[in-house]
Write a protein that binds this ligand. Structure first.
Ligand SMILES: [Zn+2]
Ligand SMILES: [Zn+2]
Length: 116
């Protein structure tokens, strides 16, 4: 499954979430969702980590200024992405705090996963 395939599928299914697209593509590839829960979760994790919902979010998360290599130190950095691929709004309280967000403020992407 490639990012391009996921994008194509979502274009054909307006309003669908990232997970719905990935699950549907796995079914198309003949993967039995119920028999391979753990492997599928790992694949979803991998793709989720690599993929951004929109270029705006990618820019905001990956942007670093010269004075502040740590995103939590820079007052200009507003968004953070943790090692699970989840997004958050940085709380500038002097520590590494952020508030997890369920939707992208730029494109409206739903980051929550439907219950299986
Ligand atoms: Zn800075
Ligand atoms: Zn977005």
């Amino acid at each position: 499954m490639t990012i391009e395939q996921v994008r194509e599928w979502r274009k054909a299914h307006p309003g669908s979430t990232l997970l719905e697209a990935k699950t549907a593509l796995m079914k198309e590839e003949g993967i039995d969702i119920n028999e391979h829960q753990e492997e599928i979760a790992a694949i979803i994790d991998q793709v989720a980590k690599l993929d951004y919902c929109c270029p705006e979010m990618r820019n905001r998360v990956e942007e670093r200024c010269e004075q502040h290599p740590d995103p939590f130190d820079c007052p200009d950095n507003l968004f953070y992405r943790n090692t699970l691929g989840e997004f958050g709004i940085i709380v500038h309280d002097g520590g590494p705090s952020y508030i997890k967000i369920n939707y992208c403020p730029f494109c409206g992407e739903n980051f929550t996963w439907p219950e299986r």
